[in-house]
Every structure is written in structure tokens, then in C-alpha cells.
Design a protein around this ligand. Structure first.
Ligand code: AHR
Length: 337
């Protein structure tokens, strides 16, 4: 797999713009677009990524760059450094630049109406990638990404089956993703859609860990310290449901540092990074629901269709697999992220 050098991923001037097609062509957002010799005739995609909070996110960015190169599409890239304000600024810059298509990963679900209306008025179609938004559907062409509800549902399904012969109460702690992001909301809803049907399961605590490994460790450290072990307010913690692998790896760091054996707790995670698959094989996790980051090739297909004036589906879901402790691990392929 071709790697994108860090240099390409780092914004080159003050948060306004980074241009990083694999063929590296630099533009200035301060000027009206003037297609360079090299970009002449190429489609130009303005792409705003959230940042690089996880190995999953880095792979997602790579997939989009690789596919753009393979399809001869030029990317104008902006790394929002986890801030919606930076994404709004980047999208406005793409509009000024008159890119052919805009794609962006919305860090949270609200607050996009005005900027998307501006893109629409400028005649630039927008594809929403990875996370969904709450706004008038006529303001964007379509969504491409995972089905977060199904991911939460799959994690809960595994848990129900695993605990089918166990009596309650079974106490669950949830480490949730970024507050107000569609993906955290959907993963929570999908999980509860099954769990709520069983009296023996109790979600005794849910906390926002912002999808970060450091936060996963911090939250687990605090629970252990305040409760003298893997307990909460006098209850044993039987299950940890973590919305992504970064937080899961952080909480495992904490368990190891505190000499607590993760094998005595049911731990469910989402993403399927190589490190969490290794932890699954090692018996430290019980179920990992894949969130497929390789959306680049499909995104480029959608970009080309839109540029050809063809409609695209309102929703295109990436396919996810489920990895569990019951699998034949010898069939696992390296994950690549
Ligand atoms: O939006 C997808 C989520 O964002 C991934 O599960 C996570 O790793 C990333 O930060």
C-alpha cells in the first residue's frame, strides 16, 4: 500500500488550504482559480477531513488520496484539526476556488445549513462522507459511509448471544465517541435498540471519550482509581462497550497498568484496526465490529458521476465485517491500518 508522506498531510498555510494530490500541486486560496497546466482538464475535489485522531482516520484519508490518484482527480485537502470552524472555513475556500465537487467529513451533525446553501448557490455539489448531518437533504448530493446504527446493533447482538445463559444483572459501561457526532449517536442507538429489550442488562455509565486513545485511558484510570478496581458506584463492571478502537486501546493500557486482567470483562469495540484485532486474538477483546475506512474508490466513482451530471444515491453504505472471539483467526488478513 502506498503511504502518503506526513508532509502531504500537513496544512501548508494557516489553516486555509492544503493541496495535496499525490502529484503535489500547490494552489493559493487567495486567488480566483486558474487551472494550472497540470490540473487542466482534471476534476478538482475539495476535501475537508476532520483530522487524524485515530489510525482509522489516517487510513480513511490515505484511501481517498490513493483513489484520487488512480482516477486522475486532483484533491485540494484541508485537515480541520478536530474543529468544525476550520471545516466551515475550508468549505468556503473550496467555493471561492470553484472546485468541481466538495466532499467533507462532518465532525458533528449540526451547523452546516448556511455553508451548504452557499455551495448550492455556487452550483458546487457536495458529498457528505463518513458521518451524517442533520439538515435539509436538498443541500447535498448524497452520503457515503458506514451504517453506525448497524455497527452498534452488531455489537449488542454479539453480547446477547454471549450472555444467553447468564443471569443478570449485567452491568455495561459505554465509552462514547465525539458528542453531537452522528456516528456516536447512531452507535449508541443501534446498541440500545437490542439491549433495552432485556431486563438483565443495565448501562450504568456512558461517557464521551472523543474517539481518542488518551481519553479512553484517562476515563478508565479515573473509574479504577475512584472505585478501587473495575467497579462503579458499588457495581461490578461486566461489559465495556467502546465506540472505537482508539478508546479501547487506551482503556486496555489502563487495565494493564493497573494489573487488571481484561479477559475477565467482556469488551466490545468498533473499527477493526490491526492493534485491536491483535488484542482480540490475544483474548483481551471479545468482539470488534469493522468500520470500513476504505471509502476512497467509491467516493471517486460518485465524484465522477456527479461531474458527469448523473444523480448519485442518497445513501451509499460501506460494508462492515464482524470479528469475534469465536472466529478462526488463521483466516484473518492483515488489516492495513
Ligand atoms: O467516524 C468514524 C469514527 O471516527 C471511527 O470509528 C473512529 O475511529 C474515528 O475517529
Amino acid at each position: 500500500m502506498k503511504k502518503i508522506s506526513k508532509k502531504v498531510l500537513i496544512p501548508v498555510f494557516s489553516g486555509l488550504v492544503v493541496i495535496a494530490a499525490i502529484a503535489i500541486i500547490a494552489f493559493s486560496f487567495t486567488k480566483k482559480p486558474k487551472k494550472t497546466q497540470e490540473s487542466q482538464g482534471k476534476l478538482i475535489l475539495g476535501f475537508s477531513q476532520i483530522g487524524s485522531e485515530s489510525a482509522w482516520r489516517t487510513r480513511n484519508t490515505q484511501s481517498i488520496f490513493e483513489a484520487a490518484e488512480q482516477n486522475d482527480i486532483q484533491i485540494i485537502f484541508d485537515d480541520a484539526q478536530q474543529k468544525q470552524a476550520n471545516q466551515l472555513k475550508a468549505i468556503r475556500s473550496f467555493i471561492v476556488y470553484q472546485v468541481d465537487v466538495i466532499a467533507f467529513v462532518p465532525i458533528v451533525s449540526d451547523g452546516w445549513d448556511n455553508v451548504l446553501q452557499e455551495a448550492k448557490t455556487a452550483g458546487i455539489p457536495v458529498i457528505v462522507v463518513d458521518r451524517q448531518i442533520d439538515c435539509d437533504e436538498s443541500l447535498y448530493a448524497g452520503f457515503l459511509g458506514e451504517d453506525g446504527y448497524e455497527e452498534g446493533f452488531a455489537a449488542a447482538n454479539f453480547l446477547i448471544e454471549k450472555c444467553k445463559n447468564r443471569l443478570g444483572p449485567i452491568n455495561i459501561v459505554e465509552f462514547s465517541g465525539t458528542e453531537n457526532s452522528s456516528i456516536a449517536t447512531l452507535r449508541a442507538q443501534g446498541f440500545r435498540s437490542i439491549i433495552d429489550d432485556y431486563d438483565k442488562f443495565n448501562i450504568i455509565h456512558s461517557e464521551d471519550g472523543d474517539f481518542l486513545r488518551s481519553r479512553g485511558k484517562e476515563m478508565m484510570d479515573r473509574i479504577i482509581k475512584e472505585n478501587g478496581g473495575l467497579r462503579l458506584n458499588g457495581h461490578t463492571i461486566d461489559v465495556i462497550y467502546s465506540h472505537n478502537d482508539s478508546m479501547t486501546l487506551g482503556l486496555l493500557d489502563s487495565l494493564h497498568n493497573n494489573n487488571i486482567n481484561p479477559r475477565n470483562t467482556i469488551i466490545l469495540s468498533i473499527d477493526a484496526e490491526q492493534k485491536s484485532i491483535d488484542a482480540l486474538v490475544n483474548g483481551e477483546l471479545n468482539c470488534v465490529v469493522e468500520c470500513n475506512p476504505n471509502s476512497g474508490p467509491t467516493l471517486m466513482k460518485l465524484v465522477k458521476s456527479i461531474a458527469d451530471g448523473k444523480p448519485i444515491p442518497r445513501v451509499t453504505y460501506m460494508l462492515d465485517k464482524i470479528f469475534t472471539e469465536n472466529d478462526d483467526f488463521s483466516t484473518y488478513e492483515p488489516r492495513g491500518y
